[in-house]
Design a protein around this ligand. Structure first.
Ligand code: ADP
Ligand code: ADP
Length: 224
């Protein structure tokens, strides 16, 4: 089975908006896929359906052959990093990052070790015991990335995760994502409106327009 498969997926919101139409896609384990296209073309809606956060109007999303709606949340191998970070305000940075590990029942020592390792890579150790109030957009974004990565997902879903990072940090996190793909075989689905970023990162770029797939191509084909 494919790591991820979309078969004739459609989304109509309650207000009648047709957000995604007839979306077919097969993704192999370890592939890096990006969705690009103008604001409102259906990228986030598609990502949210893959994550299981949004109901599917028709068609199906399968993860390793299993329908997403038949896969209980704790068995989904996906981790999602949201554009708006969705951090818990009452928790420290460390607690935010360790949350998913605590849910899995990992003992404190193991949680701290994993969190320390990822916070070190993402330059967050200095703020580990603070709450995210008062931290910069770039710091919050790195906390959200750390929280998604620390659970070691098989499929990582990212919605515009690098937007408010400065150029250097952006480059270093792009490299980090590519290393995760190469070394751990993580499958990536990456939403961005920045075509250049998609080209740098992806094995295949899915260009969307008005809820439909306009083009699926390798980065080279898209460029030419
Ligand atoms: P993006 O373009 O990055 O997807 P938007 O600003 O379009 O962000 O949407 C932000 C949030 O508002 C999302 O959670 C989206 O689901 C919701 N949203 C967007 N359009 C509508 C709409 N017409 N009615 C209700 N909610 C919407
Ligand atoms: P993108 O991520 O490409 O900006 P979205 O998936 O956010 O696009 O939105 C696709 C379409 O669905 C847009 O027309 C948007 O306004 C609409 N939309 C998004 N969320 C909602 C919602 N919760 N309710 C109604 N319409 C929505």
């Amino acid at each position: 089975a494919y790591d991820l498969e979309l078969i004739g997926v459609e989304k109509v919101y309650d207000n009648g908006t047709l957000a995604v139409r007839n979306f077919d896609l097969q993704v192999e384990k370890g592939e890096f896929i990006s969705f690009v296209g103008p604001s409102g073309c259906g990228k986030t809606t598609t990502l949210r359906m893959i994550a299981g956060f949004e109901s599917i109007t028709s068609g199906e999303v399968r993860i390793r052959g299993e329908r997403i709606n038949e896969l209980p949340a704790e068995r989904r191998p996906t981790s999602t990093i949201f554009q708006n970070y969705a951090l818990f305000p009452h928790m420290t940075v460390r607690q935010n990052i360790e949350y998913g590990l605590a849910v899995k029942g990992l003992p404190a020592a193991a949680r701290h070790e994993k969190a320390d390792s990822i916070m070190s890579k993402l330059e967050l150790l200095d703020v580990a015991e603070r709450r995210h109030e008062g931290l910069s957009g770039g710091q919050r974004q790195r906390i959200a990335l750390a929280r998604g990565l620390v659970v070691e997902p098989d499929i990582l879903l990212l919605d515009e995760p690098l937007g408010s990072l400065d150029a250097n940090l952006r480059k270093s996190i792009q490299n980090e994502l590519k290393l995760l793909q190469r070394n751990l075989g993580i499958t990536f689905v990456f939403v961005t409106h920045a075509q250049s970023e998609a080209l740098v990162l992806s094995d295949r770029v899915i260009v969307m327009n008005r809820g439909e797939v306009e083009q699926i191509s390798g980065p080279y084909e898209l460029y030419t």
